[in-house]
Write a protein that binds this ligand. Structure first.
Ligand code: S3P
Length: 185
Protein backbone atom coordinates (compact mmCIF):
# COMPACT_ATOMS: atom_id res chain seq x y z
CA UNK A 1 0.00 0.00 0.00
CA UNK A 2 1.24 3.49 -0.75
CA UNK A 3 1.06 5.27 2.58
CA UNK A 4 2.41 8.56 1.24
CA UNK A 5 0.13 11.40 2.32
CA UNK A 6 -0.99 14.00 -0.21
CA UNK A 7 0.48 17.30 0.98
CA UNK A 8 -1.37 20.60 0.56
CA UNK A 9 0.71 22.85 -1.68
CA UNK A 10 0.42 25.63 0.91
CA UNK A 11 2.70 23.55 3.18
CA UNK A 12 5.37 23.26 0.49
CA UNK A 13 7.99 25.67 -0.75
CA UNK A 14 7.04 27.13 -4.10
CA UNK A 15 10.12 27.28 -6.28
CA UNK A 16 10.47 29.50 -9.35
CA UNK A 17 12.73 28.31 -12.16
CA UNK A 18 13.52 29.73 -15.59
CA UNK A 19 16.25 31.40 -17.61
CA UNK A 20 18.20 34.31 -16.14
CA UNK A 21 16.38 37.61 -16.41
CA UNK A 22 12.91 36.11 -16.81
CA UNK A 23 11.82 37.84 -13.59
CA UNK A 24 12.03 35.09 -10.96
CA UNK A 25 13.03 37.47 -8.17
CA UNK A 26 10.54 40.25 -8.97
CA UNK A 27 7.68 37.82 -9.50
CA UNK A 28 8.63 35.71 -6.48
CA UNK A 29 8.52 38.77 -4.20
CA UNK A 30 5.08 39.70 -5.54
CA UNK A 31 3.72 36.16 -5.09
CA UNK A 32 5.11 36.09 -1.54
CA UNK A 33 3.37 39.38 -0.72
CA UNK A 34 0.09 38.23 -2.21
CA UNK A 35 0.16 34.93 -0.33
CA UNK A 36 1.61 36.41 2.91
CA UNK A 37 4.58 34.06 2.68
CA UNK A 38 8.30 34.60 3.17
CA UNK A 39 10.46 35.05 0.08
CA UNK A 40 13.94 33.60 -0.40
CA UNK A 41 16.25 34.37 -3.31
CA UNK A 42 19.00 31.73 -3.23
CA UNK A 43 21.55 33.93 -5.03
CA UNK A 44 20.91 36.81 -2.61
CA UNK A 45 21.38 34.46 0.36
CA UNK A 46 24.74 33.35 -1.07
CA UNK A 47 25.77 36.96 -1.72
CA UNK A 48 24.84 37.97 1.84
CA UNK A 49 26.61 35.03 3.52
CA UNK A 50 29.80 35.28 1.45
CA UNK A 51 29.79 39.09 1.39
CA UNK A 52 30.40 39.13 -2.36
CA UNK A 53 28.30 39.47 -5.49
CA UNK A 54 27.73 36.44 -7.74
CA UNK A 55 29.98 37.93 -10.49
CA UNK A 56 32.69 38.43 -7.83
CA UNK A 57 32.27 34.83 -6.71
CA UNK A 58 32.68 33.62 -10.30
CA UNK A 59 35.87 35.66 -10.67
CA UNK A 60 37.43 35.03 -7.26
CA UNK A 61 36.36 31.45 -6.54
CA UNK A 62 35.28 30.09 -9.91
CA UNK A 63 32.03 28.74 -11.31
CA UNK A 64 32.54 25.25 -9.81
CA UNK A 65 32.62 26.76 -6.30
CA UNK A 66 29.44 28.73 -7.03
CA UNK A 67 27.67 25.61 -8.36
CA UNK A 68 28.66 23.59 -5.26
CA UNK A 69 27.46 26.41 -3.01
CA UNK A 70 24.13 26.86 -4.78
CA UNK A 71 23.54 23.11 -4.55
CA UNK A 72 24.15 23.14 -0.78
CA UNK A 73 21.81 26.09 -0.26
CA UNK A 74 19.01 24.66 -2.41
CA UNK A 75 19.22 21.16 -0.91
CA UNK A 76 19.13 22.71 2.57
CA UNK A 77 16.10 24.82 1.61
CA UNK A 78 14.31 21.72 0.27
CA UNK A 79 14.99 19.66 3.37
CA UNK A 80 14.62 22.24 6.14
CA UNK A 81 12.06 24.87 5.16
CA UNK A 82 8.47 24.85 4.03
CA UNK A 83 5.79 27.28 2.94
CA UNK A 84 8.22 29.77 1.37
CA UNK A 85 8.42 31.28 -2.11
CA UNK A 86 11.88 30.64 -3.50
CA UNK A 87 13.68 32.00 -6.54
CA UNK A 88 16.53 29.84 -7.93
CA UNK A 89 19.45 30.93 -10.11
CA UNK A 90 18.75 30.09 -13.76
CA UNK A 91 21.56 27.53 -14.04
CA UNK A 92 20.83 25.58 -10.88
CA UNK A 93 18.31 23.18 -12.41
CA UNK A 94 21.07 21.80 -14.62
CA UNK A 95 22.33 19.94 -11.54
CA UNK A 96 20.51 16.65 -11.23
CA UNK A 97 20.51 16.59 -7.43
CA UNK A 98 18.89 20.04 -7.33
CA UNK A 99 16.23 18.99 -9.83
CA UNK A 100 15.41 15.82 -7.92
CA UNK A 101 15.21 17.51 -4.53
CA UNK A 102 13.08 20.38 -5.78
CA UNK A 103 10.68 18.15 -7.69
CA UNK A 104 10.36 15.83 -4.70
CA UNK A 105 9.96 18.42 -1.93
CA UNK A 106 8.61 21.57 -3.57
CA UNK A 107 6.00 22.83 -6.02
CA UNK A 108 8.10 23.88 -9.02
CA UNK A 109 6.90 26.66 -11.33
CA UNK A 110 8.64 27.28 -14.65
CA UNK A 111 8.49 30.90 -15.80
CA UNK A 112 8.64 30.53 -19.57
CA UNK A 113 9.57 33.25 -22.04
CA UNK A 114 10.20 32.93 -25.78
CA UNK A 115 13.71 33.50 -27.11
CA UNK A 116 12.46 36.46 -29.20
CA UNK A 117 11.31 38.30 -26.10
CA UNK A 118 14.21 37.19 -23.93
CA UNK A 119 16.87 38.48 -26.34
CA UNK A 120 15.43 41.99 -26.07
CA UNK A 121 16.58 41.98 -22.41
CA UNK A 122 20.15 40.86 -22.97
CA UNK A 123 21.76 44.32 -22.69
CA UNK A 124 20.24 44.81 -19.24
CA UNK A 125 21.59 41.46 -18.06
CA UNK A 126 25.13 41.45 -19.42
CA UNK A 127 26.88 43.22 -16.55
CA UNK A 128 25.67 40.97 -13.73
CA UNK A 129 25.48 37.61 -15.50
CA UNK A 130 28.95 36.09 -15.89
CA UNK A 131 27.40 33.19 -17.84
CA UNK A 132 26.73 35.60 -20.70
CA UNK A 133 30.33 36.81 -20.85
CA UNK A 134 32.49 35.40 -23.64
CA UNK A 135 29.49 33.79 -25.35
CA UNK A 136 28.19 34.77 -28.78
CA UNK A 137 24.46 35.34 -29.22
CA UNK A 138 24.24 31.95 -31.01
CA UNK A 139 25.87 30.26 -28.01
CA UNK A 140 23.47 31.99 -25.62
CA UNK A 141 20.57 30.82 -27.78
CA UNK A 142 21.90 27.26 -27.62
CA UNK A 143 22.14 27.48 -23.81
CA UNK A 144 18.61 28.91 -23.71
CA UNK A 145 17.30 25.90 -25.67
CA UNK A 146 19.30 23.35 -23.65
CA UNK A 147 17.96 24.78 -20.44
CA UNK A 148 14.42 24.88 -21.75
CA UNK A 149 14.45 21.10 -22.00
CA UNK A 150 15.60 20.91 -18.38
CA UNK A 151 12.98 23.39 -17.15
CA UNK A 152 10.43 21.09 -18.85
CA UNK A 153 10.55 19.17 -15.55
CA UNK A 154 8.15 21.23 -13.43
CA UNK A 155 4.71 21.12 -11.82
CA UNK A 156 3.34 24.28 -13.43
CA UNK A 157 4.42 26.38 -16.42
CA UNK A 158 3.45 30.01 -16.81
CA UNK A 159 3.93 31.76 -20.16
CA UNK A 160 5.21 35.21 -19.30
CA UNK A 161 5.42 36.82 -22.76
CA UNK A 162 3.44 40.08 -22.90
CA UNK A 163 2.55 39.91 -19.20
CA UNK A 164 3.72 42.31 -16.50
CA UNK A 165 5.36 40.88 -13.36
CA UNK A 166 2.15 41.71 -11.49
CA UNK A 167 0.05 39.78 -14.02
CA UNK A 168 2.34 36.75 -13.84
CA UNK A 169 2.16 36.82 -10.03
CA UNK A 170 -1.65 36.96 -10.22
CA UNK A 171 -1.66 33.96 -12.60
CA UNK A 172 0.42 31.99 -10.12
CA UNK A 173 -1.76 32.95 -7.17
CA UNK A 174 -4.89 31.95 -9.11
CA UNK A 175 -3.34 28.64 -10.14
CA UNK A 176 -2.43 27.87 -6.54
CA UNK A 177 -5.99 28.59 -5.54
CA UNK A 178 -5.22 29.62 -1.96
CA UNK A 179 -8.92 29.69 -1.03
CA UNK A 180 -9.29 26.05 -1.95
CA UNK A 181 -6.91 23.21 -1.50
CA UNK A 182 -4.34 22.11 -4.04
CA UNK A 183 -2.81 18.77 -3.06
CA UNK A 184 0.25 17.04 -4.40
CA UNK A 185 1.45 13.55 -3.57
C1 S3P B 1 23.08 31.89 -13.62
C2 S3P B 1 21.99 32.69 -13.34
C3 S3P B 1 22.01 33.71 -12.28
C4 S3P B 1 23.07 33.38 -11.22
C5 S3P B 1 24.40 33.09 -11.85
C6 S3P B 1 24.35 31.95 -12.84
C7 S3P B 1 22.96 30.91 -14.72
O1 S3P B 1 20.74 33.82 -11.65
O2 S3P B 1 22.66 32.26 -10.45
O3 S3P B 1 24.83 34.27 -12.48
O4 S3P B 1 23.79 30.00 -14.84
O5 S3P B 1 21.97 31.03 -15.50
P1 S3P B 1 19.44 34.45 -12.38
O6 S3P B 1 18.75 33.35 -13.09
O7 S3P B 1 18.62 34.96 -11.24
O8 S3P B 1 19.91 35.52 -13.27
Amino acid sequence: MNAKRAIPVREKNIVLIGFMGVGKTTIGKLVAEKLYRDFIDIDQEIERDFQMSIPEMFTQKGEAFFRKTEKEYIVHMCEHTKGKIVSLGGGSFQQEEIRKKCLEHCFVIFLDLTWENWKERIDLLLENRPILHNRSIEQVKQLFNERKSIYALHHLRVETDNLSAEEVADCIVDALNPGGELYQS
